[in-house]
Design a protein around this ligand. Structure first.
Ligand code: ASP
Length: 343
């Protein structure tokens, strides 16, 4: 050790107050790279994101790889393998956001395998941030994405046939639609499954890269057996996903309508801006959702995950049963059960 460095250390030990020294340690304790995804299927997403981050790649590329992996997995829940709408068609919603507040979203997109990549293309090659339906599909085809067959995965086919037996929606308020569908379709798919658990699976991934930049993505086939044309929170910037490179990022899974009502992920990031940890920020946003109608909140699930600029992560959900996957040094994904408002 050089004599000047030795004397600096001696000086800092004597002169710097304890709080300043711990500040220096806190700054060097930034945890990066790190990637976090909703649910235990986040292991697939993080598994694809990690090699990008490990090599020093960009968080944006990492989260896109996460989406591609999960959308490719026909046994999973999102992408073209997901559950269809009530008319039997899979419709996809997705978005992506980077460290410069660039963002792209697609909604009600049919027969395209990788909606997040279409969203990224939109973000990078046009002045727009959001395309829906036929226009989104036209844009995808014009940019070399392939039109896939309008066919359900074997699992989705089975669930759809099962759902058709009762074709039940709660609450049933759409009289007109109900009359043309004698089995009683209302606007919402049942949130709760027969075993009491909740039927949600949206994949959201947030990454902090080696450079310290944040990006995120959110991809879903939406709520199973939804009304045709229904769009949830997942493609909406500030609802299903929000990234602020100065502060942190958040994404969500669960009943999209409830997340949209409070601009959920924007709220989580704003709570982190006010000094809360990622878990505390997610908890506050959940409380904001529950507060106006705690009785109603017993009937749905929403889960948030978040990461801050220091690479700290956290989550919170309305009901128990929500989990998330974290991958950091070592590259092995760890599944963590989120705390919840209702036990
Ligand atoms: N958030 C999704 C939506 O509302 C659904 C889900 O997470 O399963 O479309």
């Amino acid at each position: 050790m050089s004599s000047s460095r030795r004397s600096f250390l001696r000086l800092s030990a004597v002169v710097l107050p304890f709080s300043r020294i711990s500040d220096l340690f806190a700054k060097s304790a930034i945890n990066k790279p790190v990637v976090i995804s909703t649910w235990d299927s986040g292991q697939i997403a993080n598994g694809a994101a990690w090699p990008v981050l490990e090599k020093g790649g960009k968080a944006l590329d990492a989260v896109e790889q996460a989406a591609i992996a999960i959308e490719n997995d026909i046994n999973c829940c999102v992408g073209l393998g997901g559950n269809p709408d009530r008319d039997g068609h899979v419709t996809l919603d997705a978005c992506i956001m980077d460290e410069k507040a660039n963002c792209g979203s697609v909604a009600f997109l049919e027969r395209i395998k990788h909606p997040v990549s279409v969203a990224r293309k939109l973000m990078e090659t046009t002045p727009h941030v959001f395309l829906a339906g036929v226009g989104a599909q036209q844009f995808a085809l014009a940019n070399g994405f392939k039109l896939e067959p309008d066919k359900l995965s074997p699992d989705a086919e089975k669930s759809y046939k099962q759902w058709l037996i009762k074709a039940e929606y709660k609450p049933v308020i759409n009289i007109e639609h109900q009359q043309s569908h004698p089995k009683g379709h209302g606007p919402f798919a049942p949130a709760r499954l027969e075993d009491g658990s909740f039927n949600h699976d949206t994949m959201g991934t947030l990454a902090l890269d080696a450079k310290g930049d944040l990006s995120g993505m959110c991809t879903t086939s939406g709520m199973g057996f939804k009304m045709r044309g229904r769009v949830g929170d997942s493609p909406i910037i500030g609802a299903g996903l929000f990234v602020d490179n100065e502060i942190g990022a958040a994404t969500s899974s669960g009943q999209g309508e409830e997340v949209i009502r409070v601009c959920g992920t924007h709220l989580v990031v704003e709570f982190m801006r006010s000094g809360l940890s990622p878990e505390e920020a997610c908890k506050k946003a959940v409380e904001r959702i529950v507060k106006p109608n705690p009785e109603r909140a017993k009937t749905f699930q929403v889960g948030f995950i978040a990461i801050n600029k220091q690479g700290e992560v956290g989550a919170y959900s309305v009901q128990k049963g929500f989990n998330y996957t974290v991958t950091e040094q070592g590259g092995k994904g760890k599944v963590i059960n989120a705390k919840s408002y209702f036990a």
